[in-house]
Design a binder for this molecule. Structure first.
Ligand code: NDP
Length: 392
């Protein structure tokens, strides 16, 4: 759905209180003549959500946590904003008419709201990669059926989206996802074993939510992105490479059959890929620092280490197995990351839980959304048992 000339683009922000959500709001507020906010959604951060709602005056605000309803109603009393709570309210927010939706809820919790926006044919800025990892084929079939548009927000997929020749796919040899390598890029496995949640969330280049920061440290994030790229760009797993690039300046590359390699570059500021999706198909200005390659001087690249970072091997195995296995991979990772952040298991246990959950469950075919939800729930139970055993 293209932007209507002269009309403001109405925007729904799922996960407005998170890192991507706040960056989206920053951009929306810079161009009030271009955007109007329809709905905001969070889990339970009432203080931030109420403050955003008072500033942006959306028509509808929803929280997933039902206990947050009364405090939110209180915080927004006299504002005339419609308020609702619970999982159905979050889906309703996504289903309400708006031109553009930011899908920035973290984890598989974003799946059903994102699908609701897809089913009404919206243009969606997709940050919530877990949606594509746990239900990629079903989601992409719905995108095609409903005529929705997914504009990727992950900086790597935004980069590829910008240099991928969709009209001449046969000319594409492979895509190359860059990875910063995270805060533990140079550590030995012995050193990694002792790393704390605080050390894992201290990403060298990006300021992000806790879950994706841990995913970056394990490189599960790149594994999730590999599966996300497979669904977004329709290339087989063996034509998606991963390249470690610690400076996070080259955001990803597309290699063509004639030997040309096209890349998109920029400073590591999420407002650039968010702005690309928010303004799409037009570009919009962002306030971030401009890229100064002379000041940076050197850009370096290295192959990822599959021994220290087993996440990449697991993600490739999940993608090759197909069916329910990527759903299991994602759900087990979410449980393991929570357990690590809660200091119940160690850093290296995250990949162990994911691998053991994948081994413990059959990679059955997924017919519909109910199958996905059932596998997701079962994988969480299996992963929680594995966590409990490791914690003993
Ligand atoms: P944050 O943890 O910072 O924010 C998560 C958001 O989701 C919050 O608004 C949170 O609300 C909301 N939320 C959590 N659970 C629910 C739920 N069940 N229903 C409704 N809302 C919920 O995450 P990020 O912004 O870092 O990441 C969001 C997504 O974007 C992830 O999928 C991540 O992988 C992806 N992404 C993030 C990037 C980044 O730079 N941060 C870069 C690229 C992709 P509350 O505050 O109330 O808990």
């Amino acid at each position: 759905m293209a932007m209507k000339d002269g009309a403001r683009r109405s925007v729904t922000i799922l996960g407005s209180t998170g890192s991507v959500g706040c960056n989206t709001i920053d951009l929306v507020e810079r161009e009030p003549e271009r955007f109007v906010v329809e709905a905001l959604v969070a889990n339970n951060n009432i203080a931030k959500l109420a403050e955003q709602a008072r500033r942006l005056r959306p028509r509808f605000v929803a929280v997933a946590d039902e206990k947050a309803y009364l405090p939110l109603k209180d915080a927004l009393s006299g504002s005339n904003i419609e308020i609702a709570a619970g999982a159905a309210a979050v889906i309703e927010a996504a289903a309400r008419p708006s031109d553009w939706v930011m899908a920035a809820i973290v984890g598989a919790a974003g799946l059903q709201p994102t699908l609701a926006a897809i089913r009404r044919g919206a243009t969606i800025g997709l940050a919530n990669k877990e949606t594509l990892v746990c239900a990629g084929s079903i989601v992409m079939a719905e995108v095609a059926r409903a005529g929705a548009t997914l504009v990727p927000v992950d900086s790597e997929h935004s980069a590829i989206f910008q240099v991928f020749d969709f009209e001449r796919r046969e000319a594409i040899d492979k895509i190359i996802l860059t990875a910063s390598g995270g805060p533990f890029r140079t550590l030995s496995r012995e050193a990694m074993a002792a790393m704390t949640p605080e050390q894992a969330v201290a990403h060298p280049n990006w300021d992000m939510g806790a879950k994706i920061s841990v995913d970056s440290a394990t490189m599960m994030n790149k594994g999730l992105e590999l599966i996300e790229a497979y669904h977004l760009f329709g290339l087989p797993e063996d034509r998606i490479d991963i390249l470690v690039h610690p400076q996070s300046v080259v955001h990803s590359l597309v290699a063509y059959v004639d030997g040309s390699v096209l890349a998109q570059l920029g400073t590591p500021d999420m407002r650039t890929p968010i702005a690309y999706a928010l303004g799409w198909p037009r570009r919009m200005a962002t306030p971030g620092k401009r890229l100064d390659l002379a000041a940076i001087g050197n850009l370096t690249f290295e192959a990822p280490d599959p021994v220290r970072f087993p996440a990449l091997r697991l993600a490739r195995a999940a993608l090759r197995a197909g069916g329910a296995t990527p759903t299991i991979f994602n759900a087990a990772n979410e449980v393991a990351v929570q357990a690590f952040l809660g200091r119940v298991i160690g850093f290296l246990d995250i990949a162990r839980v994911v691998e053991d959950a994948m081994d413990a469950m059959p990679g059955i075919a997924l017919g519909d959304l109910d199958d996905v939800l059932a596998v997701d729930a079962q994988a969480r139970r299996v992963a929680r048992d594995l966590v409990a055993r490791l914690a003993d």
